[in-house]
Design a protein around this ligand. Structure first.
Ligand code: SF4
Length: 429
């Protein structure tokens, strides 16, 4: 049986698409391999959102060039944000790659597969659970591709193109099939899930989609990411509050605590508007856990402007802050119009300050769970312990001799840290 290996870096969208591609290859008679060396077909699902990610992709392509020279039958497929619209130029630079297809351009993959005698079917890309015999308790499901926002620093709209929503019936069909196979939790993903449906007949929105998925009997939990503060509606917030399968967890990137920087980033909201929105969410869904993204060292960011980001983190008390140093991406407005004038050392210092502060905040927030019972969906085992996430997306570990994979269990929390929780089983559902 031929074997495939899918290498993925980047966002949840990439992970979701890799799951679909893996599932499709399973159905085409391939078997999952554990490394490049043991694979007949390698799929690289790439990210170029930061320079460091692009370097990793280039390094991996170099490694595969060496493998292919020793083993010419190895087939190499590249997708993800590394693949721009100039595929001919990329093909010239990387002649050892057999197929380059833009993210989500499955007809291209299907046509190539058919030419190679690989029975890849587009319908399978949309339904099957990926890589493996046992269905995963949690699955990522793409609902919208691309982004219309063009934040000044971001390369994604240039690589993934304009927003295209998946038809509602197709998503419901995929989630129903996943639930039938044993998946208990789905996370609906897209670059901006708040835009979902504006391009579909009748303009269904994310709230409508959540209401429909909520009716799937075997499904226990629903999450979604990533939201955009400019586009998140009151209807969506009220729907989160109303539907008990929708988890109390929200990814709401703020990016900066300074209005001038937000303007230069073209984010379309002010700090005040962000605070109001977060407060509305906290009023409607009191148990909400709020995660955010921040960029430090955007061109021209002064110490005072960075100080406002730091104060925002201190005041907002996010559960999680993903912080990144600004990385100029050729082709974006920020790269064209602004000089990358904050030194790498200053960026690193600012990043560390945010992380240090957030460690203290997360430690305080999580310590309040000491002694409490939380519901955990068990995803697997690591280091001799079971692990899973509670409804607010906190990682929970516990030791127990039973077989808990895919089960919802109540865990009494005995240990907390800024990054995870530990406890003992109380009641199995
Ligand atoms: S919302 Fe902004 S940061 Fe997010 S993918 Fe779109 S352009 Fe990039």
């Amino acid at each position: 049986m031929p074997r495939y290996f899918v290498w993925t870096i980047g966002c949840q969208m990439n992970k979701a698409e890799s799951r679909q591609i893996a599932g499709c290859l399973d159905s085409a008679g391939y078997q999952a391999a554990t490394s490049f060396d043991s694979a007949d077909l390698v799929v690289l699902n790439t990210c170029v959102v930061r320079q460091s990610a692009e370097h990793k992709v280039l390094g991996t392509l170099g490694l595969l060039r060496g493998l292919k020279s020793k083993r010419p039958s190895l087939q190499i497929v590249v997708t993800g944000c590394f693949v721009n619209s100039h595929t001919e130029e990329l093909q010239r630079r990387f002649p050892h790659v057999d197929l380059l297809f833009r993210p989500g351009d499955y007809p291209e993959l299907v046509a190539w597969g058919q030419r190679q005698g690989i029975p890849v079917e587009q319908s399978l890309l949309l339904r099957r659970n990926g890589s493996g015999v046992a269905p995963s308790p949690c699955a990522l499901v793409p609902i919208i591709q691309g982004c219309d926002n063009f934040c000044s620093y971001c390369i994604v709209p240039y690589r993934r193109g304009r927003e295209v929503s998946r038809p509602r019936e197709e998503i419901v069909c995929e989630v129903r099939e996943l639930a039938r196979q044993g998946t208990k939790e789905v996370t609906l993903v897209g670059q901006n899930v708040d835009s979902y449906g504006h391009d579909l007949p009748g303009h269904p929105d994310l709230a409508d989609l959540l209401s429909e998925l909520h009716n799937i009997d075997d499904l226990a939990r629903i999450r979604f990411l990533t939201n955009h503060p400019k586009d998140m509606s009151l209807k969506l917030i009220e729907t989160m509050a109303r539907l008990n399968k929708v988890c109390e967890h929200l990814e709401l990137p703020v990016q900066s605590g300074d209005d001038d920087i937000l303007k230069a980033m073209r984010r379309g909201y002010t700090v005040e508007r962000y605070r109001e929105l977060a407060q509305t969410v906290r009023n409607e869904v009191p148990q909400i856990s709020l995660s955010t993204d921040m960029i430090v060292g955007f061109p021209g960011e002064t110490e005072a402007q960075f100080g406002r980001s730091l104060s925002l983190v201190a005041g907002m008390r996010f559960d999680v802050v993903h912080v990144a140093a600004y990385s100029p991406r050729p082709g974006t407005t920020a790269c064209r119009e602004y000089q990358d004038d904050v030194t790498a050392e200053v960026k690193k210092g600012r990043l560390n300050k945010i992380e240090e502060l957030q460690t203290v905040v997360a430690s305080e927030i999580n310590s309040r769970l000491q002694g409490k019972e939380v519901e955990v969906l068990v995803e697997g085992r690591k280091g001799g312990k079971w692990f899973g996430r509670n409804r607010s997306n906190k990682l929970v570990f516990f030791e127990n001799a039973g077989d808990w994979l895919g089960q919802l269990v109540m865990i009494q929390i005995e240990k907390t840290s800024p990054w995870s929780l530990g406890g003992q089983v109380k009641i199995a559902n």
